[in-house]
Design a protein around this ligand. Structure first.
Ligand SMILES: Cc1cc2nc3c(=O)[nH]c(=O)nc-3n(C[C@H](O)[C@H](O)[C@H](O)COP(=O)(O)OP(=O)(O)OC[C@H]3O[C@@H](n4cnc5c(N)ncnc54)[C@H](O)[C@@H]3O)c2cc1C
Length: 64
């Protein structure tokens, strides 16, 4: 899912910035937390993937 790509990109960026990326004194750590939020809020990626999978396979919501 695209949000997982955003988390990976923000995580790599944090690593590039070293301690500055991790520190709350710079905005980088906030970018990672903001990206991470979208793997949980509004439906977790696991549940959304489940919904997409059932839709693609034409399965009812109650399946599995
Ligand atoms: C910063 C933030 C802001 C939020 N704002 C709002 C808001 O404004 N309004 C609102 O209504 N909610 C809000 N939420 C709550 C958010 O929608 C819920 O956290 C989210 O729906 C997941 O519910 P849960 O935390 O109870 O996790 P759970 O449902 O308990 O899930 C826990 C874990 O189990 C997994 N899991 C659960 N069921 C399945 C399944 N069937 N198959 C596979 N894996 C499963 C999940 O993917 C997750 O990894 C917010 C959350 C955050 C972090």
């Amino acid at each position: 899912m695209c949000v997982e790509a955003a988390v990976a990109a923000a995580d790599h960026a944090l690593q590039v910035f070293g301690w500055r990326g991790y520190s709350k004194h710079y905005p980088m750590e906030r970018y990672l937390r903001d990206a991470r939020l979208f793997t949980i809020g509004g439906g977790t990626v696991e549940v959304l993937r489940d919904i997409v999978g059932k839709s693609v396979l034409n399965m009812p919501d109650s399946a599995l």
